[in-house]
Design a protein around this ligand. Structure first.
Ligand code: N01
Length: 553
């Protein structure tokens, strides 16, 4: 990747507008940061590359895109009124409803006037003299911000694998993470889906009935289990409203940010019969509870994990009529939870349709794209539409492409050449007044809850700085080292999330193999945030403009 040079400012360009807090990214995290900073009395501006709000939930509008965290646990909980007036239709909402919700939030809290759409940040350079960030966007606007907050998400740079001839294909071609706003007409078309991660397995059953033929190109089978979605009944709506405070209490303190309660038994505390009956209950339970409410040793004990995998394999064999296809769809190279498990609706069932076919790329790898379709070692198949469900440059992708330069002109991509270095997943040394909630080393569970914790911490920090007359804040190298070493250490300690997971950046050729989430979990984040307050921000260097001037003399 090339490192963008700091921008030079031609005299014809408009002069920069001053703002206290410049946020980039109108996703769930960025909107919350915008709201919190404005409510705290800062002047604010948000730059968004897209033409609407939603971030990940704006770009990923492919058929079947939906939450796999419960809607009411993923949405905002900072306002009881908002919670009460928005009735989610389903326990796991689909993308159009999510986008409507976020637009509602923006209008309800009068945030739209602070948002500039179609403005992709192209460079962000720290000016040591003034302690501010000069930020330029693709629409020609320029800002000078005291604080620069990049809420650009972990899944915002779609990844296309290097398949020879990819540009040669003359049919329609879409990436799930860059789905067009206009509906794609699948009716009667010959369609290929490449990739069977969480996105691919949502697209496949959603379009299966519409298409003339569907060919699924799978490299690695995933441990898919049922999402168990359902409409939210009026009684459940009433219950959600009545229990708002109790729900917030759980969400604000839960290690994973979910409502699901942990199970208090280990797998071999039960007989095989009891275990299978419990697994049956898990199979019928909603979304991530199969991970968070399963046997307490599921992720730590290989034998316990193998039992659950055996149960799931039996289920897959029971659903799929063709035994050969069933075996291909059962993972053989990783345990449950070692990669991010997708939650599905009708995925396995789709393969019982005669016009839906699975191509196992381990047996017949893709050689190239042709003008008409896809060539594997078995020959060419022709398609009208190819869907690339091939994932993202996870964690650091967007931050690496924004031309961010800190003190002494050091580029963020150089500082992070061996992987991200952060403190709390919110700051990095050498980049004063720069924050990146919801980025690398952030969540490891229900994202909005973790990312919200970070936004709250950042906002409280900005208020602290203002109250104490400070203008700049920069994490110390030693605090950054301690946090980053801890993340790396914990990442290898946990037997789950193997290095084959994109959580280590392993899906992107040449990317350093470094853990990109918060491997220590939310309790560690809470503990460290509390310690920052108790120690009066010892992990940071705080300064006033007079300090900077005297340092320059
Ligand atoms: O991406 P992925 P995703 N040839 O990286 C395959 C979130 N999400 O967009 O496993 C052939 O998981 C690759 O194969 P392999 C969620 O956090 C949430 O699906 O590398 N195939 C894999 O099958 C999720 O984890 C929801 O062998 C190639 C697929 O492409 C994250 O987004 C819904 C290939 C990529 O899977 C990313 O999910 C959707 C190649 N050269 C997404 N290169 C919710 O439900 C890659 N692949 C909330």
């Amino acid at each position: 990747m090339t490192t963008p040079e700091p921008s030079t400012e031609p005299s014809t360009e408009p002069s920069a507008r001053d703002v206290d807090v410049l946020v980039t990214g109108a996703g769930i995290t960025g909107l919350y940061q915008l709201y919190r900073a404005r409510e705290a009395g800062f002047s604010v501006q948000l730059l968004e590359a897209g033409d609407g709000v939603g971030g990940t939930w704006y770009w990923n509008r492919y058929p079947g895109a939906r939450f796999d965290s419960e809607s009411y646990t993923y949405g905002y909980i900072f306002s009881k009124e908002l919670f009460e007036e928005w009735e989610w239709q389903e326990h796991f909402a689909e993308q159009p409803e999510i986008e409507q919700y976020l637009n509602h939030v923006v209008d309800r809290f009068d945030l739209r006037r602070h948002i500039r759409f179609g403005a992709r940040v192209s460079s962000a350079v720290y000016d040591e003299g003034s302690g501010t960030w000069s930020v330029a966007a693709s629409d020609g606007t320029r800002f000078r911000a005291r604080y620069f907050v990049a809420a650009t998400g972990v899944l915002s740079v779609p990844y296309y694998p290097e398949v020879p001839g990819r540009e040669d294909f003359r049919g329609e071609s879409y990436h799930t993470g860059l789905w067009p706003a206009e509906p794609v007409d699948f009716a009667g078309k010959r369609v290929a889906v490449i990739g069977t991660g969480s996105s691919g397995v949502q697209v496949i059953p959603t379009i299966a009935d519409e298409v003339a033929s569907l060919t699924v190109y799978q490299r690695t089978a995933n441990w898919c289990t049922p999402l168990n979605n359902a409409p939210i009944t009026p009684d459940e709506q009433a219950e959600l409203r009545a229990n708002f405070e109790a729900m917030c209490e759980i969400l604000d303190t839960s290690p994973s940010g979910f409502l699901h309660l942990a199970h208090d038994r280990a797998a071999f505390d039960d007989s095989r019969e009891e275990r299978w009956s419990f697994f049956e209950k898990m199979w019928g339970s909603p979304g991530f509870s199969k991970l968070t409410s399963n046997y307490s040793d599921l992720l730590m004990d290989e034998a316990a994990n193998a039992e659950w995998c055996e149960f799931v394999s039996e289920k897959i064999r029971g659903i799929i009529e063709d035994p050969e296809t069933a075996e291909k769809l059962i993972p053989s190279d990783h345990r449950f939870g070692e990669k991010r498990p997708p939650f599905v609706t009708g995925y396995f069932e789709a393969f019982n349709n005669p016009h839906v076919e699975l191509v196992d790329l381990r047996q017949t790898p893709i050689l190239r794209m042709t003008e008409d379709g896809i060539e594997t070692s078995e020959g060419v198949r022709e398609f009208d539409i190819v869907v690339w469900a091939t994932g993202f440059d996870f964690g650091t992708g967007a931050l690496a492409r924004m031309g961010i330069r800190g003190r002494d002109g050091v580029a963020l991509v150089d500082h992070w050449a061996d992987g991200p270095r952060t403190f709390l997943g919110v700051q990095t040394a050498g980049f004063p007044n720069f924050f990146f909630p919801g980025g690398p080393h952030a969540a490891a569970g229900n994202n909005p809850r973790y990312n919200g914790d970070q936004v709250d911490f950042i906002t409280d920090t900005l208020v602290y700085l203002r109250s104490n007359g400070f203008e700049t804040i920069e994490v110390t190298s030693s605090a950054e080292d301690t946090w980053t070493d801890m993340i790396d250490r914990w990442a290898t300690r946990a037997p789950s999330f193997g290095e084959s997971s994109y959580y280590f950046g392993s899906n992107i050729p040449g990317k350093p193999r470094k853990y990109l989430l918060n491997s220590a979990g939310r309790p560690k984040l809470f503990a460290e945030i509390a310690r920052v307050a108790e120690t009066d921000y010892q992990a940071f260097t705080l300064s006033r403009s007079s300090d900077r001037r005297s340092a320059e003399v």
